[in-house]
Design a protein around this ligand. Structure first.
Ligand code: PMP
Length: 350
């Protein structure tokens, strides 16, 4: 008998690397290439360090009410957490407690199976079709809950609201979580559906479109009942998930809608321009509606391209996984960064 016999063994999620190399073009973790809204800088300057001796508001009211106001959703239908990773992990704990497997796509955010394993939740992967689209029928079998990102990651493929509604409507006995981490880059949120379906949780984040991955702010919307259950789990786990600066800075980030829309618009424009150039260089890709492009070269293995890019100081994300090992997930950077990427790719595929 050893103490190690009592250790919970898990296979952890592997986050994209965060190297501290100067002049690196970092296109591997879907961060925003532009800074957060100017109000964030102002707010940061005004934070009194002496206040850090005090615990933050456990209800995270300043942030939750700012989100409530921005999205026109009552406060008791808003939940906030330390990035959407924290929100989703709490939601797994709160809502996926059946003996039946939860369902998620076979190609999707690779944290879902890690959380399922951590929380002891059985799961089944629903295969995407040959174009990497979600298959409706796959989500209509008996299950203990459903989660999928929309747009899906890492494919970037967006399904319209009628598809989401169809899945939710046909699964009234379980909670359906729609992970909208990338919704602001051209998709339309399924948020209005929370008024119609008590079992729908919509999760979003400040990490991508609001350029605040470093602050760790995620949030969710759902029926009052659903959010109540999520709060109960949170308060059984850690009352003070959100630190004081992130509550204040998060609220400030919502003040400048023009800036927000401008940043999203720039990223979309760059994405569409880069798609055209990639095609000329011999790449195939999905029609991504996210802040990344999921692309594969018609003849050169993904591993080789990723390795060559790295030698040129550019990092992208790639997985040694079934069906997608030749694909690169390329985050959308500034136009200047993307031009450097295109020059590097041109040399590599020549
Ligand atoms: N969902 C998806 C689909 C993602 O790609 C990510 C980013 N890794 C997240 C959730 C988590 O993002 P965050 O915790 O920064 O909000």
């Amino acid at each position: 008998m050893s103490w190690e016999d009592n250790v919970r063994r898990v296979v952890p999620y592997t986050p994209g690397e965060q190297p501290r190399i100067k002049n690196l073009i970092k296109l591997n973790t879907n961060e925003c290439p532009y800074p957060p809204a100017p109000q964030v800088a102002e707010k940061l300057k005004s934070i009194n360090y002496e206040d850090l001796r005090l615990y933050p508001d456990p209800q995270a009211s300043a942030l939750a009410s700012a989100i409530s106001g921005y999205y026109h959703v009552p406060m008791d239908q808003v939940f906030v957490g330390v990035g959407s990773d924290d929100v989703i992990s709490m939601a797994f704990m709160a809502f996926f407690n059946s003996d039946r497997p939860i369902l998620f796509p076979d190609v999707t955010y690779s944290f879902y199976d890690v959380w399922a394993n951590l929380h002891g939740i059985p799961f089944e992967r629903v295969p995407l079709d040959c174009d990497f689209k979600l298959v409706r029928e796959g989500f209509l079998k008996e299950n203990g809950g459903i989660i999928f990102p929309n747009p899906n990651a890492p494919t970037g493929i967006y399904e319209d609201i009628s598809f989401v509604e169809d899945i939710v409507k046909n699964n009234p006995d379980v909670v359906v979580i729609v992970d909208e981490a990338y919704i602001d880059f051209g998709g339309k949120s399924a948020l209005p559906l929370i008024d119609k379906y008590e079992n729908l949780l919509i999760v979003q984040t400040f990490s991508k479109s609001r350029a605040m991955a470093g602050m760790r702010i995620g949030y969710a919307f759902g029926s009052k009942k659903l959010i109540g259950y999520l709060q109960d789990v949170k308060f059984s786990f850690n009352s003070y998930t959100m630190n004081r600066p992130s509550l204040e800075v998060g609220a400030a980030a919502l003040q400048d809608d023009e800036y927000f829309k401008d940043v999203c618009g720039k990223i979309i424009k760059t994405r569409e321009r880069v798609k055209g150039r990639l095609r000329e260089l011999g790449f195939d890709f999905t029609d991504s509606m996210a802040n990344f492009i999921f692309a594969r070269h018609r003849t050169i293995p993904g591993k080789d391209i990723a390795g060559d890019l790295r030698l040129k100081g550019i990092i992208v994300r790639r997985w040694d996984a079934d069906r997608i090992s030749d694909y690169l997930r390329i985050s959308i950077g500034t136009d200047e960064e993307m031009d450097k990427l295109l020059i590097a790719l041109k040399e590599i595929v020549a």
